[in-house]
Design a protein around this ligand. Structure first.
Ligand code: MG
Length: 200
C-alpha cells in the first residue's frame, strides 16, 4: 500500500467557466490558471503522482509550455493514473476537501464524486468529497483543494480477495461457486460422424 497527498489553489476570475472535479458548475466566475484551473483534479493528480514518488503535475505539464494553455485537466489525471498503473498500483480510496466561500459545493458533490470515480476507474463509494468555507483564512477569492489517496498494489488486491473468500462460511463459498458454474455454457456437442451409405 502507498499513501499520497496533494494540494492546490486557484484564484477566482470573472467570466471564466468554472470546473471542479471535472464537472462544469454554473457560477459568475471560474478559476484562473494556465489550464482549465480545475483545482480538485490538480490536487488529485499530485496525490496520485506523490503516492508512487513520480514527481508532480508541473513536471509533466509545465505551465511554461503553451501546449497546456486552457487544457482539460482530465488529461493530467489520466497521466497520473497511467503512472500508478505502471508502478503496479490501483486506487484503494481517495478523500478530498474543497475550501471556498462560493459557490456552495453541496449540490454538486454527488456529480463530482461520480466523475472523479470514473476518472480513477473506481466506484463512487471509494471517493470522499467534502467542502468547507474558509472561516478565518481570508481566502474568499480562492478555491483550495486537498486530496489524500491510498493505493493498493495489484498483487495485494488479489490477496485481499483471497482473504475475503477464505473468511466465508463454506456454504456461502459453495453457493458462489454454483452461481459461477451456472453461467458457464456447455461446449456444443460435436456433430455425429455421418454414416457412409456403404457401411449401412
Ligand atoms: Mg493548479
Amino acid at each position: 500500500m502507498r499513501i499520497g497527498y496533494g494540494f492546490d489553489s486557484h484564484e477566482f476570475k470573472a467570466g471564466v467557466p468554472l470546473k471542479i472535479g471535472g464537472v462544469a458548475i454554473a457560477h459568475d466566475s471560474g478559476l484562473a490558471g494556465h489550464s482549465d484551473g480545475d483545482v480538485l483534479l490538480h490536487a488529485i493528480t499530485d496525490a496520485l503522482l506523490g503516492a508512487v514518488a513520480a514527481g508532480d503535475i508541473g513536471g509533466y505539464f509545465p505551465p511554461s509550455d503553451p501546449k497546456w494553455k486552457g487544457a482539460d485537466s482530465v488529461v493530467f489525471i489520466e497521466e497520473a493514473v497511467r503512472q500508478i498503473e505502471r508502478a503496479g498500483y490501483t486506487v484503494g480510496n481517495i478523500d478530498c476537501t474543497l475550501i471556498m466561500m462560493r459557490p456552495k459545493i453541496g449540490p454538486h458533490a454527488a456529480s463530482i464524486q461520480r466523475r472523479v470515480a470514473e476518472l480513477l476507474k473506481v466506484s463512487p463509494a471509494q471517493v470522499g468529497v467534502k467542502a468547507k468555507t474558509p472561516e478565518g483564512l481570508g481566502t474568499e477569492q480562492t478555491a483550495i483543494a486537498h486530496a489524500v489517496v491510498l493505493l493498493i498494489a495489484k498483487r495485494e488486491e488479489g490477496e485481499r480477495t483471497l482473504m475475503v473468500a477464505e473468511a466465508m462460511p463454506q456454504q456461502v463459498v459453495d453457493a458462489e461457486v454454483e452461481k459461477v458454474l451456472e453461467t458457464v455454457t456447455e461446449p456444443a456437442p460435436k456433430p455425429a460422424t455421418p454414416v457412409k451409405p456403404d457401411e449401412v
